[in-house]
Design a protein around this ligand. Structure first.
Ligand code: SF4
Length: 481
């Protein structure tokens, strides 16, 4: 996937004018956040579970090597193989090698954001292996040559008409706008692919160290067919997904579905523990886990470690006013929204993604809904600081911050300047108290009027408040003297 994060502003402008996208985003805002709030209200211990999940994830990250080795040993004991991959290239090559070993021509795929991260589909296609996405949203995108715009609802940017048109063009059947007909059509086409595939590739929501199992959650059941029907099952996943025990996994599952879609539990929760045994009725003959690092171990022990707690629920983007206005494609890479604004600079470089940590109002909603309490605004601020240090921010911003710092270090001068600015802005606001054009602030006033300050500066109000409090505390005699 080509990175367009440096063009975030242009992408966002186009997205804001795209009526079809705006309609689709309207559905998102009316859906997931409302359902999450209802699910949370039904579970009084939700906040206590969030604390527990945060602490458990922190413990796992501090002992990541131990749990990953335990996981690997269990997988091997059960007849599977674990492949450790430092980079996207390593992972793609490893997966292609496995496909070649079994002479695979077609692979079915369950939804996996990690496979998007490593650009697996393009790599396989270039090397003569055809990937077929089986998650309905991903399947629609593949037909359209499109990319996910959301981590759990990849085609959220599309409307029914878009899906109807894509199916009509590719399935060569009469056009329909009945969702049930479209679903049946997709099911019929995909059934043939499930049976024909030589390899099934899925992601994993969690890896269980005590049992050597991988788990995926889906609402469609496509993951089950992807991993049980082909002779070879490859799980492509990343190192931070490991949890110590099955019981620990259930803690995260209770939070994941509620935070994501507002469900109590996702419909299918499927565990894979190695290849098929003699007593099993079905299952793959070969089982591989491709464990990807891709910059994650660099985050351990550093300022971004908290981000490794992420369980990819999407709550932060579902509640983000910026994501809700411009959609996922504007962010220009695999992970959108607040979590993407932290992860993308880490994975593709701050020089290519400097605009993303700035695409935030810092309203704090993302942190307030995150089930593992990731301090997303703080982590975005970390990137803003790196951006400033590396002189990646526009010159006007750097000079502006430099000027502000000069005055902030000289309180008297700062107060005088604040008072003068306050007065100037009030005059600029005129009788209506609205500023239509602000010098150096066109980014704000081009789209809306800015209210002029209505009274005294913060410092003046603060001093007045302090004086009033002191007066109240004085005895009547002191006040008279
Ligand atoms: S950062 Fe938190 S809210 Fe966002 S996807 Fe990850 S776990 Fe969910």
């Amino acid at each position: 996937m080509q990175i367009t994060s440096p063009a975030f502003k242009q992408n966002a402008r186009i997205a804001l004018k795209d009526a079809s996208l705006q309609k689709a985003l309207g559905n998102l805002k009316a859906g997931f956040p409302v359902k999450r709030a209802q699910a949370v209200a039904r579970l009084p211990e939700f906040d206590a579970l969030r604390d527990e999940a945060r602490d458990l994830k922190n413990h796992i990250l501090e002992n990541l090597d131990i749990y990953l080795e335990q996981f690997e040993n269990k997988v091997v004991q059960q007849g599977g193989q674990v492949h450790w991959c430092r980079s996207s290239d390593d992972a793609c090559k490893t997966i292609l090698d496995i496909c070649k070993q079994v002479d695979a021509k077609t692979v079915t795929k369950g939804k996996s954001m990690v496979s998007e991260e490593i650009n697996l589909n393009d790599y396989l296609e270039k090397n003569g292996v055809t990937p077929v996405e089986t998650d309905l949203g991903e399947y629609i995108l593949q037909l359209r040559g499109d990319h996910p715009s959301h981590i759990i609802a990849p085609a959220i940017h599309l409307n029914l008409e878009d899906v109807s048109e894509a199916f009509h063009q590719h399935h060569h059947r009469p056009k329909s706008d009945d969702p049930a007909v479209l679903m049946r059509e997709a099911r019929e086409v995909l059934r043939e692919q499930f049976v024909a595939a030589d390899v099934g590739i899925t992601g994993a929501n969690f890896l269980v160290a005590e049992t050597g199992s991988t788990l995926i959650v889906t609402n469609e059941g496509n993951g089950d067919l992807t991993q049980t029907l082909p002779k070879t099952h490859i799980v492509v996943t990343s190192i931070e997904k490991v949890v110590p025990t099955l019981e620990d996994m259930t803690l995260f599952l209770r939070l994941l579905a509620r935070s994501a879609t507002g469900q109590e539990f996702t419909v299918y929760n499927t565990l894979s523990s190695g290849p098929r045994r003699e007593s099993d009725q079905d299952g793959p003959e070969n089982f591989h886990v491709v464990l990807i690092d891709n910059g994650r171990s660099d985050m351990l022990g550093g300022e971004l470690q908290d981000m490794l707690r992420c369980i990819r629920c999407s709550a932060c983007m579902n509640h983000c006013p910026v994501y809700g206005a411009v959609g996922g494609h504007s962010y220009g890479w695999v992970y959108p929204g607040p979590m993407g604004s932290v992860l993308t600079p880490q994975m593709v470089g701050i020089d290519k993604a400097a605009l993303l940590p700035n695409a935030s109002t810092f309203c704090g909603k993302c942190e307030s809904v995150c089930p593992v309490r990731i301090p997303l605004p703080k982590l975005m601020r970390h990137w803003r600081e790196r951006e400033f240090e590396q002189h990646l921010s526009p010159r006007a911003v750097r000079y502006g911050i430099g000027g502000w710092a000069f005055f902030a270090k000289r309180p008297r001068l700062y107060r005088l300047l604040s008072q003068a600015s306050n007065l100037a802005l009030r005059l600029l606001g005129g009788k209506k108290g609205l500023i239509h054009r602000l010098p150096l602030g066109a980014g704000w006033t081009d789209g809306r009027d800015m209210p002029a300050p209505s009274g005294k500066t913060f410092m003046q109000q603060w001093q007045a408040k302090q004086q009033a409090q002191q007066k109240q505390q004085q005895s009547p005699q002191e006040q008279q003297s």
